[in-house]
Design a protein around this ligand. Structure first.
Ligand code: PRX
Length: 653
């Protein structure tokens, strides 16, 4: 392992939290022995395990063989035919027709409910409308929307007709949207006039207008009227732009019949940052992804028929795909969906929503938890949270203090916490402290989920001992694994399978303790995790370098109480430009414009030059130390110009 990739592991956390007897008694999996039995079965007899565990899903034709091929290219449920929406919608129609599928709360406080019957009807109509617009099986549809029920309708309508959706987070700028559309050659983009965010309007359609100026593949733009002319007047381009309600109302539901597809047919593409400037289009396919999200949702959230389940993620990220849409709906759950920001109008918003809708399962992220801690307990404790019975966390390691706060202040020591580790690429939860079955340890993401063989290894692939740090890998494939990177299979193989040949490398460093519990210590590649969003340093650097003043840039993370990691960039300027607060503001705005506001650097430092190895690689390890204000540790003999370091420190002061 190179120095740049060294993994530090440290933790003195030994507290254990057993589920209460009352929780355990009603849980789907009641003991460690039950977990171990199912886990063994999932590895030893995957065919039998997945057949039983997916028996309530709808397959038009069962699979012949459970898997075929070897990593990197493995097919799951070979020969099966299905349409995912039949499992998420049609199968519920007799028994759950009037059950609430989506309970939506807008930022200003309106509530809209869609029952399974209503959601089914909307999806069928919109699927017919998409077909009417020329979308066919195998096409791609980009979705650039906010958190409204129609985003779910749009995704499912694509799945209904066998088109792959590519949801682009509504915080991305026009340039990022444009690149993602061009990469997957989407034919249609779904958007809305605008969305509320902290009381102001996010002009989604206007951003689409800019993006599609240079996306030759786009034929139609479908616009949902969410805010109306008063708040978000949009221009509709004749021949290209159509209103969502008009095409939907005009469509004949008979045109919304489900397309039966092969198990390995593309379901969606979701772009995620890589260590080069170009985002990767992670491709998920049909049967394996559905099986993975269905089974994990059922067991991890221990779902019951009367739960009101709330995953606070944005649908633009994988958590929203798997745990707002496909997992919960395939289980017939009632899902709460919230349009706005957690602090709008104040920091009590989440807790007020939980009390109002009697939410019983809450799934959120450490970055949100830390923000709530900072805002003060009174925002939480003034609301009645007695409906909660289970809490979940995802996105980054949760620090034990935040875990304890979540447990005591939100869960009132009553609710188990599931710390769920997974990735855009894994599609579904891979490691977890299964509630009811096992104890939790603050800061640990627990044991492997069913079907997952996780291991921590050295750079030459040898297993490390208990509590030793190493690389987190998967020895074998699992159903919801990404199948490739859209249009670039070589990059797929290189990115995930070259570090430890024959294994899927997660990009994370980890250790496994004496109880078999995994502790993830963070990414070892050049990818940052800022507020739960994975951002490639290279993406930020190339955005900076695209500014006229910047010669070279290096982005690194600095530990941050609130965001997990704050984004610090080191910049060298072209001649004729002067460092200073004015340029700092301009550069922050520029990155915001190029990638999205969430990626704007927290800190910009100007330097005469950047420290590099002889091969010209920027020594991020040193920059990380400087950004964190630490003494520089370790070997610097490969530094090309040692003076650079002291100059950077001087700038620092
Ligand atoms: O580093 C791990 C971290 O988030 C990365 C995956 O990011 P992304 O693909 O954006 O998906 C986030 C939501 C699934 C992982 O490689 N990560 C995610 N969950 C955890 C975590 N790190 C520690 N503990 C977790 N529970």
């Amino acid at each position: 392992m190179t120095d740049d990739k060294a993994i530090a592991t440290f933790s003195a956390e030994n507290r254990r939290f057993e589920p209460s007897a009352a929780f355990r008694e009603r849980a789907r999996i009641k003991s460690k022995a039950d977990y171990e039995r199912l886990y063994r079965e999932s590895l030893d007899n995957p065919d039998g395990f997945w057949k039983r565990e997916t028996s309530e899903l709808v397959f038009e034709r069962p699979w012949r063989t459970v898997t075929e091929g070897q990593l990197p290219h493995v097919k799951w449920f070979v020969g099966a035919e299905l349409n995912v929406t039949k499992s998420c919608l049609d199968r519920h129609l007799p028994a759950r027709k009037d059950k609430r599928a989506i309970v939506w709360e807008s930022e200003p406080g309106e509530v809209r409910t869609l029952t399974y019957g209503e959601l089914h009807a909307e999806v069928v109509r919109f699927a017919a409308a998409l077909r009417g617009l020329g979308v066919q099986k195998g096409d791609r549809v980009a979705i650039y929307m906010g958190m409204v029920p129609e985003v779910v309708v749009g995704m499912l309508a694509c799945a209904r007709i066998g088109a792959a959706h590519s949801v682009v987070f509504g915080g991305f700028a026009a340039e990022s949207l444009r690149d993602r559309i061009n990469d997957c050659q989407a034919k249609v983009v779904l958007t809305q006039d605008g969305a509320w965010r902290r009381g102001s309007v996010v002009p989604l359609k206007a951003t689409v207008d800019k993006a599609v100026l240079s996306t030759p593949s786009i034929e139609k733009v479908v616009v949902l009227r969410r805010l109306g002319d008063e708040h978000a007047k949009v221009e509709m381009k004749a021949g290209r732009d159509v209103w969502w309600h008009e095409v939907s109302e005009a469509a004949d539901p008979a045109g919304g019949a489900p397309e039966v597809v092969d198990a390995e047919h593309p379901l969606f593409i979701l772009y995620t940052s890589g260590s080069t400037g170009k985002p990767k289009g992670v491709l998920h396919t049909t049967a394996g992804y559905l099986a993975g999200t269905h089974v994990s949702t059922k067991y991890v959230f221990d779902l019951r028929e009367d739960d009101v389940y709330w995953c606070t993620a944005d649908v633009g990220w994988v958590t929203g795909h798997s745990y707002i849409v496909y997992g919960p709906l395939s289980n017939g759950a009632t899902c709460l969906m919230y349009e706005g920001a957690p602090n709008s109008p104040d920091w009590g918003r989440f807790w007020q929503i939980i009390a109002k809708h009697q939410v019983s399962v809450l799934y959120t992220a450490p970055t949100a938890i830390r923000a709530f801690i900072r805002a003060g307990n009174e925002w939480v404790t003034k609301h009645d949270l007695s409906s909660l019975r289970l809490l979940g966390t995802v996105g980054e390691p949760i620090n034990p203090e935040a875990w304890i706060w979540y447990h005591e202040v939100v869960g009132q020591k009553r609710c188990p916490i599931v710390d769920t580790w997974w990735q855009t690429e894994t599609g579904a939860i891979m490691m977890v402290t299964l509630p009811g079955a096992v104890f939790a340890k603050p800061g640990s993401t627990g044991l492997p989920f069913f079907g997952v063989k996780a291991e921590v290894v050295t750079t030459d692939g040898k297993a490390v001992g208990a509590n030793e740090g190493g690389l987190l890998v998967r020895r074998q494939s699992w159903p919801s694994m990404l199948r490739t990177i859209w249009g670039d299979d070589e990059r797929f193989v290189q990115q995930y399978f070259s570090e430890i040949p024959g294994n899927y490398f997660t990009g994370d460093g980890a250790r496994c303790d004496e109880d078999g519990y995994f502790h993830v210590v963070g990414r070892i590649d050049d990818v940052l995790n800022v507020s739960g969003h994975r951002i490639g340093t290279a993406e930020i650097e190339s955005a900076l370098v695209s500014h006229a003043s910047v010669a070279e840039a290096a982005a690194v993370g600095r530990p941050d109480d609130l965001k997990g990691q704050a984004l610090v960039v080191f910049v060298t300027l072209k001649p004729g430009f002067t460092a200073g607060p004015e340029l700092t503001q301009k550069l922050k705005a520029h990155v915001g414009q190029e990638i999205g506001k969430f990626a704007a650097p927290d800190d910009i430092r100007f330097a005469e030059s950047l420290p590099k190895t002889r091969s010209g690689k920027i020594m991020r390890r040193l920059l990380k130390d400087i950004a964190a204000g630490r003494e520089t540790a370790g070997d610097v003999s490969t530094l090309e110009d040692l003076n650079v370091l002291s100059k950077l420190r001087a700038v620092d002061e």
